[in-house]
Structures are given as C-alpha cells and as structure tokens.
Design a protein around this ligand. Structure first.
Ligand code: ATP
Ligand code: MN
Length: 461
C-alpha cells in the first residue's frame, strides 16, 4: 500500500516522488491548472494535487475527475505555493479508478445537513464530520482497552443472546425462530418449548450479570460490546443498538467504583485530546466552539459527589419550573440532571443513594431501608452518562428484593449462586459508548456518532 495522506503531509516538500490514492473532495480549475483536493480518510486534511490541464499524460482525464471520483496520482511532493498546506503534489501520472458523476453523486455541497446525511449513511463517512467521528470513535475504543489493560482488568465477552432480562424492564428485543404468523400454542399461550432455545430468548440489554460471574472469579473485568434496547422514543440520546462499557470489580465498594469511573472518563478524554488533535480542532471550529475547553475542564475538575436526597432538595429549592415536578422518590429526568450539572455545579456530578423503588433489584440496599447504593454520573449537556452501583452481596437480602419486585429466583439461580458461594463486596457501572463520543465531539445527535444507527422506525441500511 502507498503512504496515507496523513503520512505524506508530514513529509518535506523536497521534490521526492510520491503516490497518493484517495477520493476527490473538491476540484478547482484555472486556465492552465487544476487543483484536486484528495482525501483518503486518514486525516481531516486533504492533500492538494496540482495537475496541468495541458499535460498530455493525463489531461483527457481531468474533465472526469469530479468530486467523489477515486484516483491514484504519482508526482513530486513540493512546497506549496498556496496557503493552508505546506506541501502539494505536482501530478505526473493520474489513474482514474472510478468516476462519480456530478448529476447523481449526492455529496456535492460543501455542507449538508445531518438529517440529509443520515439518509445516505453509506456515503456520509466521506464527509469531514463523519470521517472525524469515525477516527475519534476508533481512538476512544483503543483508549478504553488501554485504560483497563493498564490496570489489570480482564476483557470478557458476555453473550448477546440471553435468557434473562438484566434490568427487569420490558424493553427487550425478542429472538425467535418460531413463525410469528402462527406460533405453536400451549393452553392458549405461545409454546416456547418449541422455540430454538426451548425457552424465550432476547438480545441482551447489559452484560452486567454475566460480568459479575467473571468479576467474582477474576476480580477485575470489563465488557465492551453491543447492547440492545427497544427504546420506543425518538431522543437524541437513545439508540436501539449501542455499545456499552461495563467494568465490574470484586472487593470494591461504591467509593472505589466512583473513583475508577471518574478516572476512566478523564483518561479517555485526555487520550482523545492528545491523539486526535486535528479532529478535535475540527469539532471545535465546526461543531461546538467550546468543546476543547469543556473537555479540558472535565479533565481538571474534581467530580462533585452528592446523594439523591440532597439533589432533590436542591431541585426543590431552585425555584426553577420543571416540566416534570420534583419530589423525593421520582426518577430524575434529563431536565433535572442537566440543571444540576449545568446550572448548579457546572461540572460532572455523581449522584448516589437513589430510592430503591426506581433502581434495579441487584443494587446494594442501604441500612435506611429506603435507598440503594447506586451512583449515576451526570455531565453537562447530556445528563446521565454512567449508571452504576455497588451490588447486593447478601444472598438473603437479594432474594427478598427479587421477591418484592416480582422476579422469579429460579430464573436467576446462577446469579444468586454468586452470593451463595464466596460472596464478596463488588461494584460496577455501565457507560454508553455513544454518549461518551457525543460528549467528546460535541455532536448533538447520538445517531451521528455510530456508523449505521438503529432506532425506532429506522433501519434503512
Ligand atoms: P437513560 O435514563 O438515559 O435511558 P438508563 O438509566 O436506561 O439511561 P442504564 O440502564 O443505567 O441507563 O445504562 C447504562 C448506560 O448506558 C447509560 O448511562 C447510558 O450511558 C447508556 N444507555 C442506556 N440506554 C441507552 C440507549 N438507548 N442508547 C444509548 N446509550 C444508552
Ligand atoms: Mn433507559
């Protein structure tokens, strides 16, 4: 393979022979020369190719090299005459791989709306914004593995098809090979014993329960994989298919959990600033003028830690009129979360000890009998980015809570076993990868930080 545009642009313009391969972003012509901006996605910058319109070796091709065309160009790398780039390629040979006719290729304008680009999700990676998002997403994935690897965590692959619903909620996608038009029935109900697994199965909403099995053996583990939730709402923060990072730590209480979560977020953001400076400059100038400063502040700040009860008092005393009225016991809505992090503290806030009624069965119960050792991390502009807790490690308490919530202990027999045999205090959290990317890039809509978004009524690619 030839050198990438990124590598070429770091070379001196000393006349050396170079071949570049990529796609034409823009083309400008004067009477005798033609300027082609070439991108290969290795950087947000383009390599300028200068071609003579009269050079017999390739002049016949010039009219066919419009925006979107794919080329291989060989020439000499020279110091650029124009501003904006230090080197440019003086073309000697051009090979046209494929044309992109201007009357049908959709990416003609300099800037298209994100709504329009969602309709051509297969071509949007060829734009500056989606190229930058893809590179930052990749760099962040790498940083996630690096963070955990450096701290001795074991990467565990938890299953995607599951027989239990982690959150006890109803928003799961069912997996079946039964004919939906006429499934086999038993006493009027669908007979799942005839389904593929001999029982009802779904796509996972979280790898946590299985993660706990590995944490209570390997001590520090994490999962990083796809997660599915049939979110029946159109928000800018929810996808039906998203990627989740879920560390789980044995011998770790809620304080250790908060420490690692805070350290994690700062580490990932520092990595992005250090390793994706061009893409971050691009986001800062085109998407959100404050993004680099905002991320810098988060890296420098100490996350505020308050409990739910004081968060509710704070909201009640705020004098703010919220769409959803606040009183002790409610689940905090995005407007409340944003008020707390944006208006009150102006930095990330960790809220702990939520009412047990609004949290999952597995969270450790506090002695007050009312709250559980949950911890959610809220950030400006997005609200919740992390949801975690210390887990209930006491067999009897866990069983009792499951009974209260109408969960069948038989379905969770193996999960209960983790408390029957060598139980230990342990904690973990879940972080939606796309929310983290939204935060890091300033991209407003979660559908624009994943290559092919899946949402209610949207499955076009
Ligand atoms: P929310 O209230 O925002 O729907 P949640 O309480 O359902 O979040 P958890 O079950 O705690 O979220 O999941 C852990 C993390 O996964 C969340 O903090 C968030 O970052 C992310 N997340 C949850 N649901 C989605 C979704 N539908 N799309 C993208 N990310 C999500
Ligand atoms: Mn949710």
């Amino acid at each position: 393979m030839e050198k990438s545009v990124k590598e070429i642009m770091a070379l001196p313009g000393d006349g050396r022979k170079i071949t570049v391969e990529g796609w034409v972003r823009t083309k400008r012509e004067s009477k005798s020369v033609c300027f082609l901006e070439i991108s290969d996605g290795s950087t947000v910058h383009n390599l300028q190719v200068v071609a003579s319109r009269e050079d017999p070796r390739y002049s016949a091709l010039i009219p066919r090299t419009a925006t979107g065309a794919s080329l291989r160009v060989t020439g000499s790398l020279v110091a650029s005459q124009g501003s904006g780039q230090s080197v440019e390629l003086a073309a000697e040979e051009i090979h046209l791989y494929g044309e992109a006719p201007a009357d049908t290729y959709p990416l003609q304008k300099k800037r298209h709306s994100f709504e329009f680009l969602r309709e051509i999700a297969h071509l949007r990676p060829r734009t500056n914004t989606f190229g930058a998002v893809a590179r930052v997403r990749s760099a962040m994935s790498f940083a996630i593995h690096k963070f955990f690897n450096e701290r001795g965590f074991v990467y565990v692959h938890t299953p995607i098809i599951t027989g239990n619903d982690c959150e006890g909620a109803g928003n799961m996608f069912q997996v079946t090979t039964l004919p939906l038009e006429g499934p086999p029935l038993h006493e009027g109900k669908v007979d799942y014993s005839q389904d593929f697994f001999g029982k009802k199965a779904s796509l996972t909403v979280s790898g946590q329960l299985e993660g706990e099995a590995y944490a209570t053996a390997l001590t520090k583990i994490y999962t990083f994989g796809p997660t599915f939730r049939a979110e029946n709402s159109n928000t800018s923060r929810h996808l039906a298919e998203f990627w989740m990072i879920e560390p789980e730590m044995a011998f770790c209480d809620i304080n250790g959990n908060m420490d690692i979560a805070e350290e994690f977020i700062k580490y990932i953001f520092s990595h992005v600033l250090e390793h994706c400076p061009d893409d971050m400059d691009f986001f800062n100038s085109r998407i959100d003028k404050e993004i680099i400063a905002t991320i810098g502040n988060i890296i420098e700040s100490r996350f505020e830690r308050i409990n739910y009860t004081s968060a509710v008092e704070l909201l009640e005393k705020s004098g703010e009129s919220f769409e959803f009225p606040v009183k002790w016991g409610i689940d905090l809505q995005s407007e409340h979360e944003r008020f707390i992090t944006e208006k009150v503290y102006k930095k990330p806030v960790i809220i702990t000890d939520y009412p047990k009624g609004i949290k999952a069965f597995y969270m450790k119960q506090n002695d007050d009998g009312k709250t559980v050792r949950a911890m959610d991390i809220l950030v400006p502009r997005l609200g919740e980015i992390i949801g975690g807790s210390e887990r209930e490690a006491d067999y009897e308490k866990l069983r009792a809570r499951m009974a209260e919530m109408g969960l069948d202990p038989k379905e969770y027999w193996w999960y209960l076993d983790l408390r029957r045999f060598g139980t230990v205090p342990h904690s973990g959290f879940g972080l939606g990868f796309e929310r983290l990317i939204q935060f890091a890039t300033g991209m407003q809509n979660i559908r624009d930080v994943i290559p092919f978004p899946r949402c209610v009524n949207t499955l076009d690619f």
